[in-house]
Design a protein around this ligand. Structure first.
Ligand code: G6P
Length: 607
């Protein structure tokens, strides 16, 4: 949540900062701002609303001169979105400018103390405390001030700080909020993630909590809080720059939907060698797997929905009990987790605050942590015993599609891998599953081809006030994701229900013309779901059925969407695709801001 970027070099900073912020807008987009040093002055421009407002206000950055600057795009936590609450925040004298991502938990007592010392606050933000604290502690050495500030504040932060006494450098630090350092030729950068600077450099430093970074045009130095220099490795990012551009598509979401076959191939192929699943990054031995008592899957949002699929798949294949839990619940429920349990943490960003905290709770109780993450070097990846990366590339649309799909693929690989070690599937099943896994990207591509039918159905139903999704077992797990996708981007109320549960109350909401999307792909439960469909059609519902090509829903559902056949465990990868596409077209019909839905942000770094 909130994106920050910083630049020092020979070029004008403001246009580069705005360009970087555009890539980070997925992290928050209710206001934005930049601060640039010009001689001894720090010039600040801020604007409520989308980044375009700031662009218009600054002539695309050309009106704000200088070659060192910091920028911020905000998702409001403390104080409404407004010009004054937007970052950067200045200290009382204007000597310091600060951009911040995270939350300063003890900002109220600090604010009271600073107010008593004569500091005047102009915003409602927690960040302004930081700007004044820098000034309060500054005795001529910015590094000393930084050390004192981070010692005083509690919470999470990634900070970029300009000081007008240092017209040829700036300083940055992070704790529990993401920040990477970009290393260029005669220019250097900070950013919340690599997409913001990919255009300029692929060489980066990852920095740890409370490592302090001093950036000049030709150098980057990293220090610990004892002011000792730390040598950092240089990592080269191999993300394709076009992955962070729209490339002719009207929205990132539809581009990312169409990128799913490629993302799946890149996630699956390197892990299948000579007909076997090879998880190089996983240090779990066969004996470790045999010793697992229970598996917890902990995540938020769509990643949690992957966890619900995983519960059914792992239990079916490995016969180990699995509990999928929402991270914000898990962390506070005093979970009964022991050292014999495996906790699988799923997160695209690798920085979701609740997921990270849930991980820490599980770790403190001795559990082994295996995470499924898309961002290399992220906080969740760093805190895990084992990491399996999804190779989805950058996902920009707030509503996830390709990250969800690649997380599912990793879940399949993990389940099949463990089941093989446990001997709970036969050698024949193992080979069959691997073949089907390798074929999955092509089947997803085939499913995407059905876009026209879904666009037509969206044009018919985009005015619905409420839509229900039903399914059983794996189909129910996919219903959860279909319903979330629809509501987050189209703002249509929707609910996902286990098909057999509907009659225990919610069926009272079904009336003439209510749209029910019934997912009925599983072989064993097809007839059961058909019975549930009949229950709703006899009460006036219009049913859109999603099923596999081999089954017939003619005369059962009003509209039938067919997906290719494969083993039941893989069907969620296919059935989710029409739900993503339907949601996309419904939102497009309604004229919604598809890539940046209201009130949401992609990386949720607050509780
Ligand atoms: C936000 C995003 C969702 C995502 C969830 C968890 O709510 O909008 O798409 O599923 O966070 O994010 P993570 O990065 O941990 O997967």
């Amino acid at each position: 949540m909130c994106g920050i970027v910083g630049y020092i070099g020979k070029n004008q900073a403001a246009p580069i900062l705005l360009d970087g912020l555009e890539k980070l807008e997925y992290r928050g987009y209710d206001s934005s701002g930049i601060a640039v040093i010009n001689g001894q002055d720090i010039n600040v421009a801020k604007a409520k609303g989308r980044l375009q407002v700031l662009r218009d206000k600054t002539g695309d950055g050309n009106d704000v001169k200088g070659t060192i600057g910091i920028g911020h795009t905000r998702w409001a936590t403390h104080g409404e979105p407004s010009d004054v609450n937007a970052h950067p925040h200045l200290s009382q004298s204007g000597r310091f400018a600060v951009v911040h991502n995270g939350i300063i938990e003890n900002y109220l007592p600090l604010r009271e103390r600073l107010t008593a010392k004569g500091f005047e606050f102009v915003s409602e933000t927690d960040t302004e405390v930081l700007a004044h604290l820098f000034e309060y502690y500054y005795k001529g050495d910015i590094m000393d001030a930084m050390i004192k500030v981070i010692d005083r504040v509690e919470g999470s932060y990634a900070l970029g700080v300009l000081c007008s006494d240092y017209p040829d450098s700036f300083i940055a630090v992070r704790k529990a909020s993401p920040l990477i350092i970009g290393l260029g030729e005669g220019e250097n950068f900070i950013a919340s993630d690599v997409t913001a600077i990919l255009k300029h450099t692929r060489n980066i430093h990852y920095i740890e909590d409370n490592e302090i970074v001093v950036l000049t045009r030709d150098d980057v130095k990293v220090y610990n809080t004892d002011k000792e220099e730390i040598k950092k490795d240089v990592f080269t990012v191999d993300w394709d720059i076009s992955a962070a551009e729209k490339g002719g598509y009207p929205h990132f979401m539809i581009k990312e939907i169409e990128e799913q076959p490629k993302a799946l191939r890149e996630t699956i192929s390197p892990r299948i060698k000579d007909g076997n699943i090879v998880l190089d990054d996983v240090k779990l031995t066969a004996q470790d797997i045999k010793n697992i008592n229970k598996i917890f899957i902990v995540a938020c949002g769509s990643a949690y929905h992957v966890g619900v699929v995983a519960k059914y798949v792992i239990e079916r294949l490995c016969r180990i009990p699995v509990e999928a839990q929402i991270a914000s619940e898990f962390r506070y429920c005093d979970p009964i987790v022991t050292k014999n349990d495996l906790v699988v943490v799923i997160s695209q960003s690798g920085e979701t605050a609740d997921t990270l905290e849930a991980l820490k709770v599980a770790k403190s109780r001795g559990a082994r942590i295996l995470s499924i993450v898309n961002v290399v070097g992220s906080a969740i990846a760093n805190a895990s015993d084992d990491v399996i990366y999804t190779w989805a590339g950058p996902e920009i649309a707030v509503a996830t599609t390709k990250a969800y799909s690649t997380q599912l693929a990793v879940v399949y690989m993990l389940a099949i891998y463990m089941a093989n070690k446990l001997g709970t599937i036969t050698g024949g099943q193992y080979k069959k599953y691997i073949n089907e896994l390798e074929a999955l990207p092509d089947l997803v591509a085939e499913t995407i081809e059905n876009k026209d039918q879904l666009a037509y159905l969206a044009s018919k139903f985009y005015n619905c006030k409420s839509i229900f999704f039903i399914g059983r077992n794996l189909d129910y797990a996919v219903s959860l994701e279909g319903s979330l996708k629809l509501k987050e981007i189209s703002y249509i109320h929707s609910e996902a229900y286990a098909a057999g549960e509907l009659k225990h109350g919610t069926i009272s909401l079904i009336e003439d013309g209510t749209l029910v999307i019934a997912i009925a792909t599983g072989r064993d439960l097809f007839d059961k779901t058909v019975s549930n469909i009949k229950e709703v059609t006899s009460r006036g519902a219009v049913v859109m059925g999603v099923t596999t090509k081999g089954k017939t829903m003619d005369g059962i559902a009003d509209h039938v969407i067919e997906i290719p056949e494969t083993s039941d465990i893989f069907l969620p990868s296919l059935s989710v695709v029409p739900l993503q596409i339907f949601s996309y077209y419904v939102a497009a019909e309604k004229g919604c801001d598809i890539d940046k839905p209201r009130n949401l942000a992609k990386s949720v770094t607050v509780e």
